[in-house]
Design a protein around this ligand. Structure first.
Ligand code: ATP
Ligand code: MG
Length: 631
């Protein structure tokens, strides 16, 4: 007798569960996606013990027929695919027919469901993959899935779970972001009886972002609107991108604030991540990340979602088209909004360090996000602080151990947290602030501070402009425009400048020599590991040429190896601009300062220098009046 056996369904399900059910949040994701596929408009999720003890999700979707209720737990049983052709264009979130059997094999699960087509529904109870009960059940149409004691029969997996608050943070983040993907539906999330999210249907994404993050975050974001592109082809395919991205002054230290949805599915995707990085290239400093909430829609045939067991990755059929479309759409939006950062009027310690400090809801969700990376010191273990509108965090005094968050507890607010909706609060309390840097041209120069900053009075307050970075931005755009037009101004050197290269620099030089030429550097190899520079961009002082070339070769070596020619060009232009720009500690006369502001106003992106630093700060008239207690 041979030694190879086919695994029993129960073992196969448990193996599948290893891939599909990584943690409590994965259960919530699968159940939530099932509800959305079932056309639910209302989803209520209750959790306990960070989702390990309990996850209950109730929806008002189409429900299941009685005969289907048990069938749903068969491996590879799905109502979403009928033939092999459906696999090429999947329009539902689920399609593998493995989520429910996988979850049921590693928990105690109860399914209660009824279809509106039948007078009664069904109740199925399964523990560790074994059917315990299956009965007729009276209930309103819809589905309730209750998952208790996750991983009770998989001790190894249980050990890998993080603290209760970390697991809860993952769940909260997931539900929050699915609620952003479906503003027309209502979502409710509670933990241990405490409401964490409760949003009712609203007209659109902007209103939902306001519900979830509040007006403060909304002010920091740029609405992409709906941007479209059609891939020219014999069978043209239309792509649409919606969502919000942050203004360049918002700089995050990790990618946790980037959320990508493709056809309504929350995914991780390196291609779109790269498109974001490219859109912000030269706008925010290297190593920092923006906030992004992107919804890409396309024909299901353009994207393969059958790539990963947990369905969190996709593959695009025409990936470079998608990449460039997303990058250009975001860059365009960034160019169109020309905001100036305001002078921060409050420079106290970060809210977390302040006992009793009030945190807006957006910060709260941010803290939830940060939990992932800062697990050693959960925010809820911080001293007493308040989160607006109604969270109160207190050091642990919780009588009920279930409320204890390892050193801190969420105190029940007197009224439940109900996020304000535009309907109940009139129009959004958010107006595009008058921050248009176009008005830079109208500024009246008052003087220079420390030979480095230009002070100017404008209609909307007092402006402080960093003369070096302002000039850098002007030169950067000038160099790029000249390069694009093939009309770079050059200066011929009286004596060629001979520069020695390291072996690594020599390799880079060979690779980027054409680009250097396009930027105005006329160079040629000159003996072993040496180049001779005959001409350079006109704006550069001769003493700076060698530094710039070294810098460019270094950038090329360090980070631009894999980036596009366009990014390399921008890197060269940034380097030239930085070296050629007026330095700080340089006295300027009024005419020169006025010229600088006029030129800056005419640039495409007057808000930040090519390296991502801010150029101008504005102390608004309103803030000045407030500070003098006049309003
Ligand atoms: N909330 C629900 N409302 C109505 N029907 C549901 C619900 N949840 C599951 N079902 C039914 O049960 C079937 C099995 O669900 P399951 O999540 O296991 O697989 P799937 O969604 O088809 O694929 P995947 O494994 O990719 O999620 C679904 O195809 C659907 O018909
Ligand atoms: Mg499913």
């Amino acid at each position: 007798m041979g030694r190879i056996r086919v695994l029993s369904d129960n073992i196969a399900n448990k193996i599948a569960a290893g891939e599909v059910v990584e943690r409590p949040a994965s259960v919530v994701k699968e159940l939530l996606e099932n509800s959305l596929d079932a056309g639910a408009t209302e989803v209520r999720i209750e959790t306990e013990g960070g989702g390990r003890r309990l996850i209950r999700l109730a929806d008002n979707g189409v429900g299941m027929l009685r005969d289907d209720a048990l069938m749903a737990f068969e491996r590879h049983a799905t109502s979403k695919l009928a033939s092999i052709h459906d696999l090429d264009a999947i329009a539902t979130l689920g399609f593998r027919g493995e989520a429910l059997p996988s979850i049921a094999s590693v928990s105690r699960l109860v399914l209660e469901t009824r279809s509106a087509e039948e007078p009664t529904g069904a109740r199925v109870e399964i523990a560790g993959g074994k059917i315990v009960a299956c009965d007729e059940h009276a209930a309103p149409p819809g589905t309730v899935v209750t998952v208790r004691d996750l991983f009770f029969n998989v001790p190894a997996r249980k050990k890998f779970l993080r603290s209760e608050q970390t697991e809860l943070a993952h769940i909260a983040s997931l539900v929050t972001h699915y609620s952003l993907a479906a503003p027309d539906k209502s979502f409710f999330l509670a933990h241990g009886g405490k409401e964490l999210l409760n949003v009712s249907p609203v007209a659109g994404l902007r209103e939902r972002v306001f519900q979830v993050f509040g007006s403060q975050t909304l002010e920091e974001l740029i609405d992409l609107g709906e941007r479209e592109s059609t891939r020219p082809d014999e069978a043209p395919a239309r792509f649409a991108l919606r969502g919000f991205i942050s203004r360049p002054q918002v700089q995050k230290l990790n990618r946790n604030s980037i959320f990508l949805f493709v056809n309504g599915r929350l995914i991780r995707d390196r291609l779109l991540m790269h498109a974001i990085a490219a859109a912000y290239h030269n706008l925010i400093p290297p190593g920092t990340y923006p906030f992004a909430l992107l919804f890409l829609h396309c024909d299901p045939g353009e994207v393969d979602v059958n790539v990963h067991p947990s369905k969190t990755e996709v593959r695009f059929r025409h990936s470079s088209f998608v990449h460039d479309f997303a990058r250009d759409a975001m860059r365009q939006a960034l160019m169109e909004s020309r905001p100036a950062p305001s002078v921060p009027t409050f420079a106290g310690p970060a809210p977390l360090a302040q006992p009793g400090a009030r945190l807006p809801y957006s910060e709260f969700t941010q803290q939830i996000e940060n939990l992932r990376f800062d697990e050693a010191r959960p925010v809820w273990a911080e001293p007493a602080m308040q989160i607006e509108p109604a969270f109160t965090l207190q050091p642990s005094k919780a009588a009920d151990p279930r409320l204890d968050f390892g050193g801190a507890a969420i105190e029940v607010p007197p009224q439940p947290l109900r996020l304000p909706t535009p309907e109940t609060h009139g129009p959004l309390p958010y107006e595009e602030p008058a921050q248009d840097l176009g008005s830079l041209g109208d500024l009246r120069v008052l003087g220079q501070l420390h030979d480095s900053f230009i002070l100017a009075a404008g209609r909307d307050g007092l402006w402080i402009i960093d003369q070096h970075v302002a000039h850098e931005r002007i030169l950067f755009e000038k160099v790029l425009a000249a390069q694009a037009a093939g009309r770079v101004e050059q200066q011929r050197l009286l004596m060629p400048l001979v520069i020695e290269l390291t072996p690594a620099q020599q390799v880079e030089y060979a690779r980027i020599a054409d680009e250097l030429a396009a930027a105005g550097f006329e160079t040629e190899p000159f003996g072993n590991r040496t180049i001779a520079v005959q001409a350079a961009p006109a704006d550069l002082a001769v003493g700076e040429i060698e530094k710039v070339l070294n810098e460019i070769l270094e950038i090329a070596e360090r980070e631009l190896r894999r980036v596009s020619v366009e990014d390399l060009r921008r890197g060269i232009a940034a380097s030239v601009a930085c070296r050629a720009a007026i330095k700080i500690n340089t006295p300027l006369d009024a005419r020169r300062m006025e010229w600088l502001l006029r030129e800056l106003a005419a640039t495409k992106m007057p808000m930040s220098c090519p390296h991502g630093r801010p150029i101008a700060l504005r102390y608004s008239t309103r803030d000045i009046l407030k500070s003098f207690h006049r309003i």
